[in-house]
Design a binder for this molecule. Structure first.
Ligand SMILES: Cc1cc2nc3c(=O)[nH]c(=O)nc-3n(C[C@H](O)[C@H](O)[C@H](O)COP(=O)(O)OP(=O)(O)OC[C@H]3O[C@@H](n4cnc5c(N)ncnc54)[C@H](O)[C@@H]3O)c2cc1C
Length: 473
């Protein structure tokens, strides 16, 4: 990423210490702001889309027009991330009339900014087990569709580096390996996934690193460029008749007889049903959707394409990599031979690309010592926002008859957002919400929205970084 003069100076300091962290030029693309504003923008997870590594190869795609005037449709979808795009596409496939409104442009939110991991499992299924049917129907859907990014990309010809190269949990610890194996039994035996338990030689063949002695590999996982995936779904939705409007924020929601009207700055949409897919980029249109989650700022960072020597050394098996038991460097190499990694930024310096990249580079040097002499250069640094809940399942809400929310996918939206978009589309199209494989909830306000930021960002992550620097974890 082109960097500010301030960061450029910092990179030079690190460079003196023997590590090349970045090329420097004068500015951040798309951002002309004072240093305080810049920090606020990064803190809000709203760095310009041009800063996202996922736009590096394609550029930011041409936008959709602003809504002018009054329109009418069956279902209005608000928010064009992975959830709203999948919902719109699957509704259109079922013959339902759809308008999709996006405050900026499709993929602007977390969906254009994430780490690209396609994890084919769930962190925790206990919330699902508490569904009225014990989670049977949802787990059946997950079993069938946990490869959904690859399936949709293939079905619709979406060019988004959707690559099923496997998802590897690698560790240097025997105890952690035992836990990973135990957890994998559910996914292997009850979900029918291809899971492999790897010893030192196999895990080292995939990672290229002698640091790891054990691994659990999920063959059906991998990576995706989430910005291009989201925009590909939108493009396919348009082909099926969906009207898409960009730079068009939903501003108010009002009842219009038995229907609903959403107003924008220069028009309105009247619909039988409205679904808000606004995730952590909430507005006050529906206050109940704005106060029912814990926002957390996260960042992504990508490098310039690696040299052939570095590509031969680093992760030659190209599986998407998660280090266990603590993953501070979720890691992949994309189709352009670039490293993409991600974490949670420091509270005081959310826009400081050089400091955050230096942490990753230290880890890369530890994991692949041969890279210490290699020139690995940062290209882009960006932030985004995730929305956490009290339960490990996204929020699917019915506020009133006809007003829905599909949101809060935590840091795992690449599978769950398109999947839940598809499933909710089925229920809405058939008018059989009672057949959805998950319950519809009422949004509940959270008492202390800053709680997870405090716990994760201010306590756990700094402690884990220190532990990693000291070689304790
Ligand atoms: C740094 C980072 C790394 C991550 N890594 C991963 C990963 O590796 N794997 C993974 O699976 N997940 C990951 N995630 C999580 C994943 O990106 C999200 O769960 C997912 O993108 C959520 O999709 P969404 O459609 O719900 O929301 P978003 O993509 O955030 O979309 C919401 C949209 O709503 C729009 N909007 C808001 N208000 C209005 C309004 N009033 N009118 C119109 N539009 C509005 C916003 O502009 C925005 O575009 C990561 C997230 C971040 C930030």
């Amino acid at each position: 990423m082109p960097m500010s003069r301030r960061n450029c100076l910092k990179s030079s300091a690190v460079l003196l210490a023997g590590t090349v962290v970045a090329g420097c030029d004068e500015s951040t693309p798309g951002l002309d702001a004072s240093s305080a504003d810049r920090s606020r923008i990064y803190e809000a997870g709203a760095s310009p889309l041009e800063t996202s590594g996922w736009t590096a190869a394609s550029g930011v795609l041409p936008g959709y027009p602003v809504l002018e005037g009054d329109r009418d449709t069956d279902v209005l979808v608000v928010g064009a991330g992975l959830a709203g795009s999948s919902l719109a596409l699957h509704l259109a496939e079922a013959g339902v009339g759809v308008i999709l409104l996006e405050e900026r442009q499709p993929g602007w939110g977390a969906s254009g900014r994430n780490a690209g991991h396609v994890l084919p499992t769930l962190k925790d299924v206990s919330a699902i087990r508490r569904f009225p049917d014990g989670g049977k129907a949802f787990l059946e859907s997950f079993r069938e569709h946990h490869r959904i990014p690859f399936e949709l990309a293939h079905k619709h010809g979406i060019d988004c580096d959707a690559t099923q190269a496997g998802y590897l949990h690698a560790t240097a610890r025997a105890g952690t390996f035992d836990e990973l194996k135990k957890k994998s039994l559910f996914w292997r035996d009850e979900q029918g996934q291809q899971v492999e338990w790897l010893g030192a030689s196999d895990v080292q063949a995939i990672t290229g690193s002698t640091y790891f002695d054990h691994g659990v590999l999920y063959r059906s996982g991998g990576r995706v460029n989430p910005y291009l995936f989201t925009n590909g779904m939108v493009r396919e939705a348009v082909k099926r008749g969906v009207q898409v409007f960009g730079e068009t924020a939903a501003l108010t929601l009002a009842q219009a007889g038995a229907r609903w009207r959403v107003s924008t700055a220069s028009g309105s949409v009247t619909a039988d049903r409205v679904v808000f897919c606004t995730n952590a980029y909430e507005t006050d249109v529906v206050p109940q959707f704005a106060n029912n989650f814990y926002p957390l700022t996260a960042y992504g960072v990508s490098t310039q394409p690696l040299s052939p020597e570095a590509l031969a050394v680093i992760l030659p098996g190209r599986a998407t990599l998660s280090e266990e038991p603590v993953d501070l460097n979720p890691f992949l190499i994309d189709a352009h031979g670039r490293i993409v990694t991600s974490s949670i930024p420091s509270s005081s310096r959310p826009d400081d690309a050089a400091v955050h990249f230096a942490n990753h580079l230290r880890w890369i040097h530890r994991t692949w010592p041969a890279t210490r002499d290699m020139d690995i250069r940062m290209d882009r640094y960006w932030t985004g926002r995730v929305a956490l809940r009290n339960v490990e399942f996204p929020g699917v809400f019915q506020l009133q008859p006809g007003v829905f929310g599909l949101m809060h996918f935590n840091a795992w939206g690449n599978v769950m957002a398109p999947l839940l978009g598809m499933l909710l589309a089925g229920g809405l199209a058939r008018d059989r919400l009672d057949e959805l494989p998950f319950p519809l909830e009422q949004p509940e306000p959270v008492g202390n929205p800053g709680k997870q930021d405090l716990i994760i960002r201010k306590l756990l992550i700094p402690a884990a970084r220190l532990g990693q620097r000291l070689g304790i974890i």
